[in-house]
Design a protein around this ligand. Structure first.
Ligand SMILES: [Zn+2]
Length: 137
């Protein structure tokens, strides 16, 4: 397998949902648009072999991050509706916020898990990890 150039910035790798160790391997197996499989992660990084679940039940904590992201979406959608719609009636707020929540659920789920892994996974960037793994194979 040809290795792509490593992304050295953890922020860019996080936004691209890449492995926190090599910044190359994808954290998820399917597209966020796949409604039935958007949540599936490989057991380990296909590039460097980093295990994606540091301990059993590790991603339970991602629910709290996801809750925070959801609150942010509700606040931003509510303010945008207020300012762009010139304070419309309540049903417009409910429809816009609910629509945003449904549409953004796959992204919030993925970024909550990625943030959990980057912040609490104890994994450090190692640009040579992929090279060591391909040499071992
Ligand atoms: Zn990796």
């Amino acid at each position: 397998m040809l290795a792509k150039p490593a992304t050295s910035s953890a922020g860019v790798a996080l936004l691209r949902l890449r492995c926190p160790r090599c910044h190359q391997g994808p954290l998820f197996t399917h597209s966020a648009l796949s409604l039935t499989k958007f949540d599936e992660m490989p057991e380990s990084c296909p590039v460097c072999g980093q295990h994606y679940e540091p301990e059993t039940g590790f991603y339970w904590g991602a629910m709290y991050i996801s809750y925070g992201l959801a609150v942010g979406v509700v606040v931003v959608a509510g303010f945008l509706t207020y300012f762009l719609g010139h304070d419309p009636s309540t049903w417009v707020y409910v429809t816009v916020v609910a629509g945003c929540m449904v549409l953004l659920t796959p992204l919030m789920f993925r970024y909550a898990r990625a943030l959990m892994l980057y912040l609490f996974g104890g994994i450090h960037y190692d640009p040579a990890a992929a090279a060591r793994r391909s040499a071992a194979d």
